[in-house]
Design a protein around this ligand. Structure first.
Ligand SMILES: C[S@@+](CC[C@H](N)C(=O)[O-])C[C@H]1O[C@@H](n2cnc3c(N)ncnc32)[C@H](O)[C@@H]1O
Length: 232
């Protein structure tokens, strides 16, 4: 998986890329390349944004700046680019990231993530250069960098070699193995603490009963998450 992140703050990703599961994925052949919009701005003084037409607070990332940064990286008109790879504009109002979308992205050979800042993108960037808009939740972050890290983390940990235990990514919340439900509860030693006992079945050594118990707890959590019809 090759991920290009376009940002005004590439240094944010230095710490992220050095974390164990990310560095494992990078050692196994994945790449995260961070590119600074500012490095290719056609404007003087490193300008990348401007005031919004129609007035209002804040600054808007300019379409000519993003055009120039994408062109410098890929050598083609960015309008053509989105037909060749996923170019994802991170935006609070975009398609919500969930496990299904993560699977979809993990199947791609390459991704381009565009991080907005300030008031966000000139809408022509989204309309003409992006193949998708993606949101990590219905709240507003100060910039797209943390959202891009969420995407990179969720995608890279699904790739072989990223996690210490491959099984960890197979049977976990929202996976097909759990029918899309959240994961069941885990317990470890001590078996009793302040009178709180671990469920007996987990100490039984009976694999089928443990498996059935876990699946049932997982299902219950799925029902709680979706809520009973009367609570909707
Ligand atoms: C301060 S936000 C802009 C918010 C925008 N004015 C609005 O009200 O929707 C700046 C940038 O952060 C990123 N961002 C903020 N919240 C996000 C979220 N929940 N998911 C994905 N990206 C987000 C986007 O790239 C956005 O362009």
């Amino acid at each position: 998986m090759k991920i290009d992140v376009f940002t005004l703050f590439p240094e944010w990703f230095e710490w992220f890329s050095s974390q164990r599961h990310v560095s494992n994925a990078l050692a196994a052949g994945s790449r995260i390349d961070c590119l600074n919009f500012r490095d290719h701005t056609p404007l003087s003084g490193g300008q990348v944004d401007d005031t919004p037409f129609g007035g209002g607070a804040g600054m808007v990332l300019r379409v000519d700046v993003v055009d120039s940064a994408l062109r410098a990286r890929y050598g083609i008109d960015p309008v053509e680019l989105r037909g060749r790879r996923r170019v994802i504009a991170l935006a609070p109002g975009g398609r919500i990231l969930d496990d299904g979308l993560v699977d979809e992205l993990t199947a791609e050979p390459a991704l381009t993530l565009l991080c907005g800042r300030y008031e966000g993108f000139d809408e022509r960037i989204v309309e003409h250069f992006a193949s998708d808009t993606l949101s990590v939740g219905r709240y507003v972050l100060s910039g797209g960098e943390l959202a891009a890290m969420v995407v990179c983390d969720a995608v890279l940990r699904k790739l072989p070699g990223a996690l210490g235990h491959e099984a960890s990514a197979v049977e976990e919340s929202f996976s097909a193995a759990l029918g899309g439900d959240p994961e069941y509860p885990h317990y470890t030693r001590p078996a009793e603490y302040r009178g709180w006992r671990v469920p007996e079945v987990l100490l039984s050594g009976h694999h089928q009963r443990i498996s059935d118990w876990r699946r049932e707890r997982s299902r219950e959590r799925g029902i709680r998450r979706d809520g009973p019809p009367s609570a909707a």
